[in-house]
Every structure is written in structure tokens, then in C-alpha cells.
Design a protein around this ligand. Structure first.
Ligand code: GLN
Length: 479
């Protein structure tokens, strides 16, 4: 077995016991990246030299010498950070995102910045100014998005874990498409400081890894209170300690009544049945909840809010403060026009225009304000549902990953496929995307949702599911 194939927890144990050195791990991951990157294109910027320099830092933290990769919307001090947009040009942030600072202090070394949909808008990783990422299980297919590069990198064995961000599914959906685990933590569980904003009330940073235990390890490092993010949880630290002694006996796990009539690809509906049976055999009670507002309005509500927040957040890219600029404009208006016309891709532009319309004074009440009210109803619907049940089990997507380029011209259809992931962000809940097996060479993932701050319990349930369903294998990466 090659070192790059080791899952995070084994790697950490082996490094601690000095079975191999950080340099050997680094070389193994570097070779793996070298071998597969031409097929997958998971990275915008490779930072192996920086990783190597970190190996000399003599860190004794829990992740000392463990290679990692960050989605390219996480700020890294002095290292190019693009959000997959041309508008950031050659920008090098003057500070580290808190989640990266925490990993760095724990000893993780940075191998690269991962490709993504521009400003995290999309679900294929094809909306990147740096070209599309390919699914390492089948390179003719999309890896999902927007954190497609982070998911693909873990799936192909570049690194044992990575970070992404999830505004409406961007961790869970690529995790499912690439065959790894991904956690979208409760809103406020991980500091967003240094995460380039898309929809600030929805954005959340979270990990990808090849086992649930590995997610627990990463969460134990990045779920810290941070005074730099006012929405960050202030109470006592959550306990993500791994234990095999976990149970779902007597737990109520619900399916959503309104989703039962929606069409799913057969491997996904089969996986739903398989997982219900496993949970029942483990002593859980399978039941049903009704979420009519979620089923009917979540997609429209999410896109109205996400676009409204995005148009405000993206106002700062004006050619003056940071990133790409033009020097020969005749006036400020021409400069704005030229910078923003060239700098933003078409999906980002259309969302800025939509967000501007939705919040424009004469329409604001009818659209943006209405969407905030619907969001409250959605959150209330979940709160009520979780009075009776412990978790909700549902698909991540209605279909398996499509071919690259397929459906690209049908935005509405693409937005609608986010139905199962978006509501979780609207209500600020945690969601685990877990691996259930393969259909041919394509992985099939499902999702477990819990009430706010139940992230540790969701992961414990994930441990039981992984025991039955098996751990995903490293994808061949087009080799
Ligand atoms: N696909 C959704 C969107 O495009 C969610 C993306 C995300 O979670 N960043 O907005």
C-alpha cells in the first residue's frame, strides 16, 4: 500500500509512531498529484513548495505533517486565492482564514488550492474561470460543485482530507458525486472568517474525508469559537471524539413525506431502501415528517436570498480595492464596466443582475423580504419536525453525476436539482453526505440531517452506516 492511500486517522497514527516520516507522506501525495492532475484538474494553484517549507517548522500538533488542500475561496496568507474568478487577478490575501489557521497550527501542510465554481455559484465545478474539474471515478463526468476540486482531490488520493464550503449543497453534493464523506456543519460551528463570501447567511466551511472518523478528527480542529466571526458559536467546545461504541437504538429517523413522489435515479432509491433497512436492523425507528413549505418553496427561496446576498457581497470587486484592474480607463464608470465585464463569468453576472432586481426598492418587499419570511417558515418547519424525530434521511441529488457539459444550458433544471441540499442551509442545520456503495463505477451518496448543533451525533450515526456500507476506495483518477 502506498502512503497516499492511507486514510487520515491511520496516517496520523503512523506518523506519531514514526512508521514513516512526514517527508515520505509528502512525496507520496506529491507523486499522486503529479500522476492524476492532468486528468482531473482538481487544483487551481499547486503549493507543494510551500508544503515542503512547512515540514521544517517542527510542529507537534495533532495533524503534524498531514497534507491537505483548501477550496480556493479560503484565504491563505501570501498565497494566491482566486475563488475561481478572473476578477481576483493575482490577489494574495494578507491573512489566513481561521479554519486554515487552525489546521496550520495543528500541523497540516498545504498542497494546493482547489478548483471550484466561480464564487461558489454552481453545482458542477464547470463555472470556473480556470476550466472544469473531472470526476476521478469517471473523468467524462462532473465531480459536482461548487467544491468539486476539494472532493475530487480526496477521492483521487491527493490528500486524506480537504476543506470546502457549502452555501446550498457545495460540500454534500460533490462528496456524493466523488464518493467521499462531506459534512456541512451547523451554521456557526466553524468560523467563516477568511471565507470569500457568497451568501453570508448561508455559507459554512466543512471537511471532506474518506472515513467518518476522519471527519471527526478534522472537526475537532476547526470547530472553534472565533471572535472574528460574529455568527460563530460561543458556548463550550463540541466533542468530536471518535468512539466505536455508538448506537441508533430507539432513535427516530424520518423520511420526508413530500419527497416520496419525486423521481430518483434507481441506484439512489435503492440506496434509500438499503440504508433504511440497516438503520432498522440497528434498532432505529423509521418514520415520516411532513415538510410542505420546504418541498414547495425552498428552491425559489434559496436562490432569491443567495442571489440577493451575492450581489451585495460582490460589490467590493470594483477594480480599486483588490484584484484585477485596468489602468487606462477614461473615468471611474468605464473602469467599473471594464473590470466587472472582464472579471466575472456569465453565471456570476446573471446572479448579480438577478440579485440587484430582487432587492431593488420597488421590488424588495415582494421578493427579497418575502423570501426572508419563507425562510423563517422553513426553519420553523424543521424545528417542529425535530421535536418528534432525531434525524432526517434523504437523497443528496435526484441523479448520479452527469457528463461534463450536459444540462449546461438549462439553468432552471440545474437549480432544481439542489432541492435536497438547499433547505439545510436555509435552516442553518448540519448535514452529512455519506457513501453507500457504487453503481458501476459511480459512487452513490445519501444525506443525514439533524437539528442545529447535532453534528457530533450525526457523525456517530455515520460511523454505524460506514460499518455496514463499507469505506469508499480511492478513485483511479483517470489512470
Ligand atoms: N448550487 C448552489 C448554488 O449554485 C449551491 C452552491 C453552494 O453551496 N456554494 O448556489
Amino acid at each position: 500500500m502506498e502512503l497516499y492511500e492511507l486514510n487520515l486517522s491511520f496516517l496520523v497514527e503512523g506518523l506519531k509512531a514514526k512508521k514513516f516520516s512526514p517527508l515520505e507522506v509528502y512525496e507520496s501525495c506529491k507523486n499522486r498529484i503529479e500522476k492524476c492532475e492532468k486528468n482531473i484538474h482538481a487544483l487551481i494553484t499547486r503549493t507543494e513548495d510551500f508544503a515542503k517549507s512547512q515540514l521544517n517548522e517542527n510542529n507537534n500538533g495533532i495533524l503534524a505533517g498531514v497534507p491537505t488542500i483548501l477550496k480556493d475561496n479560503l484565504c491563505t496568507k501570501g498565497i494566491k486565492t482566486t475563488a475561481a474568478s478572473k476578477i481576483l487577478g493575482d490577489w494574495r490575501p494578507p491573512y489566513d482564514a481561521t479554519a486554515w489557521k487552525d489546521l496550520r497550527e495543528a500541523g497540516a501542510v498545504l498542497m494546493g488550492k482547489a478548483n471550484m465554481d466561480e464564487f461558489a455559484m454552481g453545482n458542477t465545478c464547470g463555472n470556473s474561470a480556470y476550466g472544469a474539474t473531472h470526476n476521478p471515478n469517471d473523468i467524462s463526468r462532473v465531480p459536482g460543485g461548487s467544491s468539486g476540486g476539494s472532493a475530487a482531490a480526496v477521492s483521487a488520493g491527493y490528500v486524506p482530507f480537504s476543506l470546502g464550503s457549502d452555501t446550498g449543497g457545495s460540500i454534500r453534493q460533490p462528496a456524493s458525486f466523488c464518493g467521499v464523506y462531506g459534512l456541512k456543519p451547523t451554521y456557526g460551528m466553524v468560523s467563516r472568517y477568511g471565507l470569500i463570501s457568497y451568501g453570508s447567511s448561508l455559507d459554512q466551511i466543512g471537511p471532506f474525508a474518506r472515513t467518518v472518523r476522519d471527519l471527526q478528527l478534522v472537526m475537532s480542529v476547526i470547530s472553534q469559537y472565533d471572535p472574528m466571526d460574529s455568527s460563530c458559536f460561543r458556548g463550550k467546545k463540541f466533542d468530536f471524539t471518535h468512539s466505536e461504541d455508538v448506537s441508533v437504538k430507539g432513535k427516530k429517523i424520518a423520511l420526508v413525506k413530500e419527497f416520496q413522489d419525486f423521481k430518483l435515479d434507481t441506484p439512489i432509491s435503492d440506496a434509500m431502501k438499503k440504508v433504511q433497512k440497516i438503520l432498522e436492523d440497528e434498532g432505529a425507528i423509521i418514520t415520516e415528517v411532513s415538510l410542505p413549505v420546504v418541498a414547495r418553496y425552498a428552491v425559489a427561496c434559496y436562490y432569491a436570498l443567495a442571489m440577493s446576498e451575492a450581489h451585495t457581497n460582490l460589490e467590493r470587486y470594483d477594480g480599486i480595492r483588490l484584484g484585477y484592474t485596468v489602468k487606462d480607463a477614461s473615468g471611474i464608470k468605464e473602469m467599473f464596466e471594464r473590470v466587472r465585464s472582464y472579471g466575472f463569468g456569465s453565471e456570476v453576472k446573471s446572479r448579480i443582475i438577478a440579485g440587484t432586481c430582487l432587492t431593488e426598492p420597488s421590488r424588495c418587499e415582494e421578493y427579497y423580504v418575502a423570501a426572508t419570511k419563507v425562510r423563517t417558515l422553513i426553519a420553523q418547519e424543521f424545528t417542529k419536525a425535530f421535536e418528534d424525530v432525531d434525524f432526517i434521511l434523504q437523497p443528496v441529488t435526484p441523479s448520479l453525476p452527469q457528463k461534463i457539459g450536459e444540462n449546461d444550458d438549462d439553468e432552471m433544471k440545474s437549480y432544481a436539482t439542489d432541492l435536497y441540499t438547499l433547505p439545510v442551509n436555509l435552516a442553518g442545520l448540519p448535514g452529512l453526505s455519506f457513501f453507500t456503495g457504487y453503481s458501476g463505477n459511480l459512487p452513490v451518496g445519501l444525506q443525514l440531517i439533524g437539528k442545529r448543533w447535532s453534528d457530533p451525533e450525526i457523525l456517530n450515526t455515520g460511523i454505524i452506516l460506514e460499518r455496514h456500507l463499507g469505506t469508499p476506495k480511492i478513485a483511479n483518477g483517470g489512470e
